[in-house]
Structures are given as C-alpha cells and as structure tokens.
Design a protein around this ligand. Structure first.
Ligand SMILES: C[S@@+](CC[C@H](N)C(=O)[O-])C[C@H]1O[C@@H](n2cnc3c(N)ncnc32)[C@H](O)[C@@H]1O
Length: 274
C-alpha cells in the first residue's frame, strides 16, 4: 500500500505506553512493513489514515492491533540450542532432585511469541523426562500479544517455521501436516497453559516459578523498565531457581541480585545467596 507520511512519533509513543517497547526513529521501517496490512484489513486507505484515526479515538481494539503489529515476534524452535542443552543436562535434573518430595515444578516462558519456545521445552520434557508425567508440572506461556497467543493456542506452524530448529524426527513425532502447515500434537498443546500477561503490569495470576525463560524480551525495554521487571522476577523465582535470558542479553549493572552461571556453553542467572 502506498503511504503518505505518517506520525511515527505518536505511534512509538503508543507502543511504549502499552508495552514498554522502545522504538528508535530507525524502526520506522517496522511500521512501513507491518501497518499497511492492518490499515488494509481495517478499511483505511493508508497507514497515515490509520494513524490519524488512532490519534482521534479513545484507546480500543484498533490501537491494540496497531501495537501488536509493531512488536517483534522473532523466535524459533530450540532457539540458540545451548540453553535447551543446559536445561536437559543440568537444570532439570537438579530441580527434579530438589523437588522429588513435592513432585511439583513450574516453568514460565515470558514473552513467548508464537509458542516455539514453550513447545520446545514441552518436547524436551517428553523426550528426556518421562517421569514428570506424574508430577504437577506447570508450563506457562505468556505474552502481551493476544495475536501471538492465538497462534500459539492453535499450534499451527509453516514449513519454514518447523524447518528452523526442529529435526525431521521430532517434527514427524510431534506434528501432523495439514496441507501447507504443521499442527503440533494435542499432547504438547495440553502441556502448555497460556496466559496473556503484560510484563509491565502486575503479575497476579502467577505461581512461584522454578525456571523462567525471559529470552530476547528485555532488550526492547529501557533500563528502568528492565530493573522493575527484574525486581518482579526476583519475587517470583524460587530461591534455587534459574533465569534464562537471550544469548546477547546482559543484566550486568542493571540488577545485582542475580549472578550469571555458566552451564556448558550457555549462561543462565541464579539468585545470589546472602
Ligand atoms: C523477540 S520475541 C522473543 C520470543 C522468545 N522468547 C524467543 O526468545 O524466541 C519478544 C516477545 O516479547 C513480547 N513482548 C513485548 N513487550 C512485552 C510486554 N510488555 N509484556 C509481555 N510480552 C512482551 C512480544 O510480543 C514478543 O512476542
């Protein structure tokens, strides 16, 4: 869709207010890339018309669609490989040992996008920890984006998406092909509890968590937001729990309650004792 100039400053203000995601001026291409489809779907002749409508109406469904379209949902199955290896070889064996009396474990993927991350954990558990079938296992997947969570619930992935990170053996074992897409098995879908949760709001409906995956999410926030989210992580993570961040993310000089711990080729974070 051809588009006359539009008020990008208004748009990035809206995105930051609703999600805390900071969009620099160079990120205007995201609007060019994604908002045309929203404008078309909702009956506007250009992005500029859509933005003007957003500006003159109270916050509602159209604003939600615009914000969701501006968020980066990049993800893949077993993204970066090594965090999942350390989950398999160290983290889950350790916590299974620690919780063997209560037989209860909670894992949370915060900012889970379309679900490849929580479903990768579900596959890993099915493959390597069959004993957890008799445990009270909570695998919670949350995101601010209702659009992303709707896809996660349906569990449909394109050929391209299943090619990214999944072996053909795992693909054929846990997905069935439906024309051009692959749907994840009901067993895996039933393992995942989906919750729409905005990290900048209160985390009311969450239990205490043993393992938090907060990967490739903090990078989009300013330092104050990162600090306040990490304070909440601190309150929700069990004392002997594990926090996983994205490969390129560091919380050095942002939060000193966590210490980085190297496990094989990946780094995770644990609460400092004392
Ligand atoms: C790049 S994806 C990361 C997906 C996955 N964790 C991974 O590493 O592959 C970032 C996700 O964070 C979500 N997000 C952005 N702001 C958020 C907020 N305030 N609360 C919760 N999720 C948010 C986006 O909707 C997006 O799905």
């Amino acid at each position: 869709m051809s588009s006359p100039p539009f008020d990008f400053d208004y748009l990035r203000g809206l995105v930051q207010q609703q999600s805390a995601v900071v969009l620099s001026a160079e990120k205007k291409y995201l609007a060019d890339l994604h908002l045309g489809a929203v404008a078309e779907r909702t009956g506007f002749s250009s992005i500029a018309d859509l933005v003007e409508q957003l500006k003159r109406t109270p916050f509602g469904a159209l604003h939600v669609q615009a914000v969701e379209a501006m968020l980066t949902n990049e993800t893949s199955f077993f993204r970066d490989h090594y965090p999942f290896e350390s989950l398999k070889t160290v983290v889950l064996p350790h916590l299974i040992q620690q919780r063997r009396q209560e037989r209860s474990l909670a894992i949370w993927c915060a900012g889970c996008s379309y679900g490849q991350e929580p479903y990768s954990i579900a596959i890993l558990i099915q493959e390597h920890f069959p004993e957890l079938a008799n445990w009270n296992l909570q695998l919670i997947a949350s995101d601010v984006s209702g659009k992303a969570l709707a896809r996660l619930k349906q569990g449909y992935y394109s050929q391209l998406e299943v090619n990214r990170g999944l072996s053909s053996t795992l693909r054929d074992k846990y997905f069935h092909k439906q024309q051009e897409t692959w749907q994840i098995s009901d067993t895996l879908r039933q393992m995942v509890t989906v919750q729409q949760l905005n990290l900048i709001h209160e985390w009311k409906a969450l239990p205490v968590i043993d393992i938090i995956f907060l990967r490739n999410v903090l990078i989009y926030f300013d330092t104050e937001t990162k600090k306040s989210i990490l304070r909440k992580v601190h309150q929700h993570l069990r004392l002997d729990g594990y926090l996983f961040l994205g490969g390129g993310e560091t919380i050095l000089n942002i939060d000193d309650k966590f210490e980085p711990v190297q496990i094989d080729q990946s780094i995770c974070h644990r609460l400092r004792i004392g």
